[in-house]
Design a protein around this ligand. Structure first.
Ligand code: ATP
Ligand code: MG
Length: 290
């Protein structure tokens, strides 16, 4: 078990996150928060790349930086900014990284082949990566993080730049991988994790804002999310409500909104996306809608 125990991180005098406590067991954990909330900071501490200013991170009761190489051999990591050697093929690249990481030579060729198959790149295994799409590169990134068959797989914004089809493929890969390990992934895109996260960890104001299941978080807004149809030419009036989304339809728009007071419209089942939009409504719009 991995435990983050009352961790606070300062960059100089700037406090990035404070009093974070979390427990991780096998399964998929999504760190869901807008830009700048502290996702990468927390992830880098879990990888030992950064040290907490206060608090500690424990693996089976031992402090991870003290465990050192023993702990690092248990983790796989896809950084948010990931460098590729574009003249390499996936096979060459994984081979090179395996050597860097000290992955044993025995059985390595087979392992690389299996990983390439797992991420759906068998047909491009010997193609130079300069021709790859963003999604293909991210999949090479996941494969390299899996080289040592990690007990803890950490993916920082793994879906950035993926198209819808690649997102579906990504979700399937993660579901497969999370069966017998801890998977921690960060994102600010709700739909990427809605169907695969066992738990969602939301950060706000430098602290944990929610740590619960997708369903439980969505259900918090029960009785406060409405949908209404606004015919063309009529002004939208959702009272003091907060607009969540609007969809053009024949003759008008179907509008989904949040209201703390009873409002005109049909009550609907709230979901994680609704909660995310409401939770961060005062934050920068680009983060909410991207
Ligand atoms: N090396 C650093 N020095 C100073 N401040 C930093 C440093 N790294 C991050 N920060 C600040 O700490 C806060 C958290 O940053 P962090 O990168 O952890 O957020 P994030 O949730 O990963 O954001 P994004 O979604 O943009 O990747 C931000 O305000 C950021 O500007
Ligand atoms: Mg980040």
């Amino acid at each position: 078990m991995l435990t983050v125990s009352d961790v606070t991180k300062y960059y100089g005098k700037f406090k990035a996150i404070e009093h974070i406590s979390l427990d991780f067991e096998n399964g998929t954990y999504a760190l869901l928060a807008p830009n700048g909330a502290g996702k990468t900071t927390l992830i880098k501490m879990i990888t030992t790349l950064l040290a907490p200013t206060e608090g500690e991170i424990l693996y089976n009761g031992a402090e991870i930086r003290r465990l050192g190489a023993e702990y690092r051999s248990l983790i796989g990591y896809l950084p948010q900014k990931f460098g590729f050697y574009k003249n390499n093929t996936p096979v060459q690249y994984l081979d090179y990284l395996a050597a860097l990481k000290g992955v044993p030579k025995a059985g390595l060729k087979e392992r690389i082949g299996k990983l390439i198959e797992l991420v759906g790149l068998s047909e491009s295994a010997n193609t130079k990566m300069r021709k790859f799409s963003g999604g293909m590169l991210q999949r090479v990134g996941i494969a390299q993080a899996m080289l040592n068959d990690p007990k803890i797989l950490i993916l920082d914004e793994p879906t950035a730049g993926l198209d819808p089809k690649e997102r579906v493929r990504f979700r399937n890969i993660i579901s497969e991988l999370s069966r017998d390990r801890i998977v921690i992934l960060s994102t600010h895109i709700v739909s990427d994790i809605e169907s695969i996260a066992n738990r969602v960890i939301m950060l706000k104001d430098k602290r944990i804002y929610r740590n619960d299941t997708v369903d439980a978080i969505g259900a918090e807004l029960e009785g406060r999310v409405y949908e209404t149809f606004i015919p063309n030419g009529e002004r939208m009036n959702i009272g003091g409500g907060f607009l969540l989304s609007s969809r053009q339809e024949r003759g008008g728009a179907s509008v989904r909104f949040y209201s703390e007071e009873k409002a005109e419209g049909t009550l609907c089942t709230p979901d994680l996306e609704d909660f995310f939009l409401v939770a961060y409504r005062d934050a920068d719009d680009s983060a909410k809608w991207s």
